[in-house]
Design a protein around this ligand. Structure first.
Ligand code: NDP
Length: 487
């Protein structure tokens, strides 16, 4: 029977191929943010559950590690196909769990989870390592062996999308995984464990432990047999994980927060820049680490762009995530909504003018108790104020005028974060200069969120350490060993 057929789901951990209740017997509630209703009971797992998962993973590792690439390809490809077959069901779960519009989950989140597995299934086939000759006498080559058991910890904003973005390369490189999804969006991770069982994915190779960050998450980081941890989430959590991992000399990949600039020059392709800026501001309720939250506009077109952006933002329908006309769904939780509203209040205190939005939205009907925030555009704030420096992670953007390229760059780089940046200009040379000088791991020119999965993904400064994507993830999840032979 499918998960959506139940009104209340009791989630189980997936350990050694078996659904396992938490050892403590404790659960907490999973809430649908669009309705405020409890949808599921989530295992409140702790170190004992993580211990069981690591031990199942260790037992499964020798067979998984020594599989031929083609066999590993088949296993990962089967997961991709299993997700594809359940697209509608998974999209509905993701939308209910996270508050995002159903059409978005169906067109972006779940298809991307399919791509993550199919992309890294292919990587398992093609991955190789280098060799070097020193004249005719010496040959050196590099072995790239999997690490063993690795941890994957992911956030709530793109639940299955980011969960599988870590799991897929870890498995492709020959590791066994203990993965912890966000406590607020566990449903599609649970469904993934059902798919793994359905397609006969080898038991113990992928283990999923549900629970809270401070208990289950930290136990994954602290376990002496997790050889690496791939983490996506907030900068504060990332710092804590980096500290814990450093003491153990454990490899970490940290994909953290952002305060991304969206820089619009006067020669930008105007309509496209405007349309895409609306999307990069409010897609997924502004809860994408790559959303552009600071919109820098060249002074000569500032007023026109501001007025057009405000008009477009006002026209976005905030409402029931199941309604196909909804453009902005619910934010992920009541506490997150309060955090977003507190930043809007701070913007007022800091002298900002709220041009549109700025408040909670009441949605009638089944969503009357949901957590909805109106798309909000603010102007008049100094680039250095808290609202322009700290990550809000909601449907809130600020507008900042700039005089020239130099000033745009200085404002763009004047934050502690460095995840992504978007530049709108028709001037080829300027585009290259900006791409070179922006302090960001990802730069888009005249586009946004267009991803080639072969390119490195990640941030600099307080936005993280290490890169995911393409070969970078395969390198992260393997240990190089140099072998030199005197011939
Ligand atoms: P959090 O940092 O709160 O949580 C992320 C994950 O870490 C969750 O699974 C969480 O569990 C877990 N966790 C929390 N504390 C610990 C701990 N001490 N040890 C181990 N694990 C822990 O982030 P959010 O879920 O709130 O996600 C939003 C953040 O993620 C934003 O800052 C956003 O910018 C960032 N992000 C970054 C991306 C990137 O690629 N750079 C992409 C997407 C989001 P629990 O859910 O139980 O708290």
């Amino acid at each position: 029977m499918s998960l959506t057929a139940f009104t209340m789901i009791t989630i189980a951990n997936y350990i050694g191929g078996v659904w396992t209740p938490p050892r403590s017997g404790r659960y907490f509630d999973d809430i649908n943010p669009a309705t405020g209703e409890v949808m599921a009971r989530v295992p409140d797992s702790d170190a004992a559950d993580v211990e069981a998962a690591v031990s199942a993973a260790r037992a499964a590792w020798p067979a998984w590690r020594s599989m031929k690439p083609a066999q590993r390809y088949e296993a990962l490809h089967a997961l991709a196909e299993g997700i594809r077959r359940r697209l509608d069901e998974l999209a509905a779960l993701e939308s209910d769990d996270n508050g995002k519009p159903l059409w978005l989950a169906r067109s972006v989140d779940i298809p991307r989870a399919v791509s993550n597995f199919s992309f890294y299934a292919a990587a398992a086939l093609h991955f190789g390592s280098e060799s070097y000759e020193m004249g005719d006498e010496v040959l050196s080559y590099v072995l790239r062996r999997p690490l063993g058991v690795v941890g994957a910890i992911s956030p709530w904003n793109l639940p299955l999308y980011l969960f599988t973005w870590k799991i897929a390369p870890a498995l492709a490189a020959g590791n066994c995984v203990v993965a912890k999804p966000s406590e607020v969006t566990p449903l599609t991770a649970f469904e993934l464990s059902r798919i793994a069982q359905e397609v006969g994915f080898p038991a113990g190779v992928l283990n999923i432990v549900h629970g809270r960050g401070a208990s289950a998450g930290e136990a994954v980081v602290m376990h002496p047999h997790t050889r690496a941890v791939s983490f996506t989430g907030g900068t504060r959590t990332g710092r804590r994980i980096a500290e814990l991992a450093a003491r153990q000399f454990k490899k970490v990949s940290l994909e953290l927060g952002g305060k991304n600039p969206n820089i619009i020059f006067a020669d930008a392709p105007y309509d496209e820049a405007l349309r895409t800026t609306v999307r990069s501001s409010f897609a997924n309720q502004g809860q994408i680490c790559l959303c552009g939250s600071r919109i820098l506009v060249e002074a000569s077109i500032y007023e026109r762009f501001r007025d057009d952006l405000v008009e477009r933002a006002r026209a976005l329908k905030v409402g029931d995530p199941r309604d196909p006309d909804t453009r902005v769904g619910a934010v992920v939780s009541e506490s997150h909504m309060q955090k977003i509203l507190s930043y809007i209040a701070l913007a007022r205190e800091e002298g900002g003018r709220i041009l549109t939005g700025g408040e909670r939205v009441a949605v009638p009907g089944r969503c009357k108790d949901g957590f909805f925030v109106a798309p909000t555009v603010i102007e008049g704030l100094a680039p250095t104020c808290r609202v322009n420096q700290e990550e809000i992670f909601g449907p809130v953007v600020t507008l900042i005028p700039f005089a020239d390229e130099e000033e745009a760059l200085s404002i763009a780089n004047g934050v502690e974060y460095g995840l992504s940046a978007t530049v709108w200009t028709q001037d080829l040379r300027r585009a290259h200069r900006m791409a070179r000088d922006l302090e960001a791991g990802i730069v888009w020119i005249n586009t946004w969120l267009l991803r080639d999965l072969r390119t490195p993904f990640g941030g600099t400064k307080a936005s993280g350490m290490g890169r995911e994507g393409g070969w970078e993830a395969m390198l992260f999840f393997t240990e190089p060993k140099a072998v030199t032979i005197q011939l």
